[in-house]
Design a protein around this ligand. Structure first.
Ligand code: AHR
Length: 525
């Protein structure tokens, strides 16, 4: 018989709002994410608008993607935006030294990115160059994007074909300054972040939400140094940021690396031990979120400063025969379960976590979409389907799920430390059932994951406080966690209608197969 997990959802006690921005995305000038992914150029036989692939746009519109981070990543701190404006054939070229040492022709620049955001119906999140750029360059970019009057940068934008300023809210101050963004100490970066924040000014009605580049993984000290650097802004209780030298949020990055880093493993060719090692890594996100939040709570108990996880996802070895600098990996059902576990953690911590960005949207790391280099064929990955099935949580009110008794666990031996650090190997107790819920527009959405590779589980949740109508349920699974989609078989892993969920005497009963993810939508009556 299947293991039974029991619990309670109080449908009438909604908590914090889950910002839609935790379903955010990331597109870097890296491998085939921009070029060949989002952007194929106007002369491509692939249907496009201004060079932007329309099938990619259509697929992403179905996810309601709330924001798109660009141009990096490490690339952001090498990027000089003035090289990416004006006639394309006159734009200077550069070397993308982080990613494959390839020549970048700057044909996808500010105007192309903003056009992409408009096509997607999403908000831009732009990362300014703090590592190798100047304060003046950053200040000019803000003016170019958001200033409406007769002034030098606004005039330059008009000369390049765009009259009206754009609306830009999310503004990143560099990327990974402890590493590729300048190899700085936290203290050195904190000073620079304040300086760049000062000159990243609000223009007219456009209010920037400045995001300081933060820690790697569980480097809570970095977060603490940045919180201290906010100093006066926090102490005086001013509105954070507008007109002073502060930032409104602090980011961090946390990838799922089952390491060691030199041998991260294949995205599709793995055994059961490797499957569990990845799941054990993925579930650690909850502790890391709690760790950063705890530091921030000490300085900012009212939670005015946001926490942003602007890079997360699986990082495996590149597919055989592909450029090691392009970070192209397949995407299996296992990746989908990594995503669903992350979202459960995001929902629970959304009182502090204001944004998260999957790395990366197309053809890089844990992608939503893979495009075939030769045929151009587009494939939706299993991870894409989790984003789609979960989109009802965007801007919904969190409903805590209280499990009764101990959830099923299994010991995963010798898991490397966060980020693939071998010396930190330890045994991890993996909880094999993960559930989260929210409510919006007169309905509740419950997301359930069974991480057990072999055994089914039955989840029984008392639905308290509000009566429910007829449910609809969907299931994402396959014969094996290694299952993935290809141009030849693009629906090997795709959501199906699910008849394993029912309400019996006010109890939601869900029979989850092994290695599966399900969503249940319940109208509240
Ligand atoms: O997403 C790939 C890279 O990972 C990013 O450029 C960098 O910020 C991180 O190290």
């Amino acid at each position: 018989p299947a293991v039974v997990v029991e619990g309670v959802i109080d449908l009438d006690l909604p908590g914090h709002t889950i910002s839609r921005h935790v379903y955010g995305h990331f597109a870097e000038h890296l491998g085939r994410c921009i070029y060949g992914g989002f952007y194929v150029g106007e002369d491509s036989p692939i249907p496009n608008e201004g060079g932007i692939r329309l099938d990619v746009v259509e697929a992403l519109r179905a996810l309601d993607i709330p924001n798109l981070r660009w141009p990096g990543g490490c690339f952001a701190d090498d990027y000089h935006w003035k090289h990416g404006i004006g006639p394309r054939d006159q734009r200077p070229r550069m070397v993308n030294s982080h990613w494959g040492d390839v020549v970048e022709d700057n044909s996808f620049g500010t105007h192309e990115f903003m056009a992409l955001c408009e096509l997607l119906g999403t908000e831009p999140y732009i990362s300014a160059n703090v590592g190798s750029g100047t304060v003046e360059e950053t200040s000019d970019w803000v003016q170019y994007l958001t200033r409406g009057d007769d002034s030098p940068m606004a005039d330059l934008r008009r000369a390049n074909g765009r009259d009206e300023p754009w609306k830009v809210t999310y503004w990143g101050l560099g990327n990974e300054p402890w590493g590729c963004g300048g190899n700085m100490s936290a203290e050195a970066y904190a000073a620079l972040a304040r300086q760049f924040a000062t000159y990243s000014r609000d223009m007219g009605d456009n209010k920037l939400y400045r995001i300081a580049a933060g820690a790697t993984n569980a480097d809570y000290r970095w977060t603490e140094v940045l919180m201290k650097a906010l100093g006066r802004a926090l102490g005086d209780g001013e509105v954070l940021g507008h007109g002073n030298s502060s930032f409104q949020a602090i980011s961090f990055h946390c990838y799922t690396v089952a390491g060691p880093w030199e041998r991260k493993g294949s995205a599709t060719d793995f055994d059961t031990d490797e499957y569990y090692a990845v799941m054990a890594q993925a579930q650690r996100i909850e502790g890391v979120l709690a760790g950063h939040a705890k530091v921030m709570d000490a300085y900012d108990p009212d939670k005015r400063v946001g926490l942003v996880l602007d890079e997360w996802g699986t990082w495996f070895d590149v597919e055989p025969g592909t450029n090691p600098g392009f970070l192209f990996q397949q995407n299996a059902l296992r990746d989908a379960l990594v995503a669903s576990v992350h979202f459960d953690g995001f929902h629970r911590h959304a009182d502090r976590l204001v944004m998260a960005n999957i790395a990366q949207t197309v053809n890089v790391l844990q992608a939503m979409i893979l495009t075939d280099e030769d045929s151009g064929a587009l494939v939706l990955t299993p991870s894409y389907h989790v984003f789609e099935m979960n989109k009802g949580h965007q801007d919904a009110a969190h409903l805590p799920v209280h499990l009764r008794g101990a959830a099923p666990t299994r010991t995963v031996a010798g898991v490397v430390g966060i980020g693939g650090h071998v010396p930190d190997r330890s045994d991890v107790e993996l909880t094999t059932v993960s559930v989260s819920a929210s409510t919006k527009d007169g309905a509740a959405l419950v997301s359930l994951t069974n991480l057990d590779a072999e055994a089914p589980v039955t989840v029984r949740l008392d639905l308290r406080g509000v009566a429910v109508g007829e449910l609809t349920a969907r299931l994402l699974t396959a014969d094996a966690p290694q299952a993935h989609n290809t141009p030849q078989q693009d629906d090997a892993v795709a959501p199906r209608a699910f008849d394993g969920a029912r309400v019996e005497d006010g109890v939601l009963v869900v029979e989850l197969p092994a290695h599966s993810f399900a969503t249940v939508s319940l109208p509240l009556v």
